[in-house]
Design a binder for this molecule. Structure first.
Ligand SMILES: [Zn+2]
Length: 502
């Protein structure tokens, strides 16, 4: 999957066999360097402005008019899957429109070097059909269609870093929902930077049921989660139960982050026919926080606390996005923290958490004898479980070295306080530096060097033994030296406070 945030398709299936996944980050970074914009460079002049006409009832065809100002290129492109379904690409020439030349997967129009207005149509139904209704590409859900915005926004190639606005006109009251950053209160106009189109938030057109959930935000404001139950599918869970489930899951992130991690997110619920659990989830966040969860239409409300996917995805919103690196860290953090958040809320037991870690983390070790570090491996086991093992071991060491005064939780909170939510791009180095600074240790930089860069193995068995994690079916061994760390990890509080508990 191309996006940096998640991508559990195959994974969710694997996990159906009950597995876990992912891990975290640290960094130092002044607020200004906490984003990926080219530092100390004047931003180029220019802008892109899109006017999008949502499909009429019964249609899946989008009509787009785009004005590129100062693109300094004659090439226009879009993800390859979308190319065959772009129709009637024309450029405004005075009062008329003329056809734009296409070569291969791109269009060429000289006037775009300075300023041009092009128009085109894209059939999202044909696109979805051609790419197997993948959520990453386009999916038909009854008469509705869901896709990332990048699937239908043709743009100059290569991109410069310019502001983008997208205005959506919905004819005849046609419904749409998008995670793109609102530019104003109209709910029709959105704004982000051109580089954010790497992800382009999820957007749905067509029939859907909508509701809004308030979560604890930056005081005194609330955070808002706009939920779109896409299409007209019915679920075993009534909408009220879906709403409660999302609200509960959102609240699981609050004790860790101090609030729901973003001010606004849009969450799309998509049906999985005949399934009784969540089968897939994904976050696209750079152009605005959006989450998709593919929910079994036979999933009962009573199963919601057993689901890990929604908690995993919502956790992602609280950590920065990496560009072209560090997927093992982002997924590792989410894989490590999802069971902890559920355990801290009483949805899972301590024994279940460590049983899962003991069973699954060996998968993240990579092939025996291999010297490739986490940074150099790109298999799913490494990305999810290798990353989670790194985060687990780092958390234990930080707690041990600081005698329980600091933990990986502090690193997460500090990065979010400095603006590092999923809508921002940071580097792994940013996180590692901040983590060392916040914890007053060199745990993260040392571990990064040993395990991510050099490929040294983490001794999971010794780690588990030191925490008092014993064989399945037996009570944890509280006589072990780091048993207090084990309890602190699961309870999410200072170990002294745990010790004082009756
Ligand atoms: Zn993920």
């Amino acid at each position: 999957m191309s996006a940096m945030q998640c991508g559990l398709r195959a994974w969710a299936r694997v996990r159906t066999g009950r597995i876990a996944r992912r891990a975290a980050l640290p960094l130092l970074v002044l607020a200004t360097s906490a984003c990926y914009r080219p530092a100390n460079e004047a931003r180029p002049h220019g802008s892109w402005a899109y006017a999008v006409e949502a499909p009429k009832a019964g249609s899946r065809v989008l009509t787009v008019e785009a004005t590129f100002d100062g693109a300094r290129t004659e090439r226009l492109g879009i993800p390859r899957d979308s190319v065959p379904w772009i129709r009637g690409m024309k450029v405004r020439a005075g009062d008329a429109w003329r056809t734009v030349e296409r070569r291969g997967n791109e269009w060429f129009e000289r006037s775009c070097n300075w300023r041009c207005t092009v128009s085109y149509e894209i059939d999202l139904g044909e696109l979805a059909n051609s790419c197997g209704d993948e959520v990453d590409c386009a999916r038909r859900i009854g008469d509705a269609t869901l896709s990332p915005a990048l699937a239908w926004l043709v743009h100059p190639v290569p991109r410069t870093d310019v502001p983008v606005t997208v205005r959506v006109h919905a004819p005849d009251g046609a419904a749409f929902a998008t995670g793109m950053h609102p530019a104003d209160q109209s709910n029709r106009s959105f704004a982000f930077r051109s580089f954010d189109l790497d992800e382009g938030s999820f957007t749905a057109f067509g029939p859907m049921r909508r509701f809004t959930i308030d979560a604890p935000g930056r005081p005194p404001a609330s955070a808002r989660i706009d939920v779109a139950v896409v299409g007209d599918a019915r679920y075993a869970m009534p909408d009220a139960a879906i709403r409660s489930w999302i609200e509960e899951a959102a609240n699981l992130t609050v004790p860790l982050f101090g609030r729901f991690p973003v001010d606004r997110a849009t969450l799309f619920v998509v049906p999985a026919k005949g399934e009784d659990e969540v089968v897939f989830g994904k976050v696209l966040s750079l152009a605005g926080a959006s989450v998709v969860v593919v929910v079994g239409d036979k999933m009962e409300a009573s199963a919601r606390h057993k689901d890990w996917v929604l908690v995993h995805e919502l956790f992602h919103l609280g950590f920065p996005t990496f560009r072209g690196e560090g997927r093992w860290l982002g997924e590792g953090l989410a894989t490590y923290y999802e069971p902890l958040l559920r355990a801290r809320a009483g949805w899972a037991t301590e024994a279940e958490v460590f049983r899962q870690f003991a069973r699954n983390m060996p998968r993240g070790q990579g092939p025996r004898g291999s010297s490739a570090g986490l940074s150099a491996r790109d298999d799913l086991d490494t990305i999810y479980w290798g990353g989670a093992l790194f985060c687990f071991a780092a958390d234990v060491r930080i707690r041990e070295e600081t005698r329980g005064k600091k933990s990986l939780d502090d690193v997460l909170r500090a990065s979010l306080e400095r603006g590092g939510d999923a809508t921002r791009v940071w580097t792994v180095r940013d996180v590692v530096s901040l983590g060392d600074a916040v914890t007053g240790t060199t745990v993260l930089s040392e571990m990064y060097e040993r395990h991510a860069a050099r490929g040294e193995r983490i001794d999971l068995e010794s780690l588990l033994a030191s925490l008092g994690v014993v064989q399945e079916g037996r009570e944890a061994d509280d006589s072990r030296p780091l048993a207090w760390v084990r309890r602190g990890i699961v309870h999410g509080v200072h170990p002294d406070a745990v010790a004082r508990r009756p």
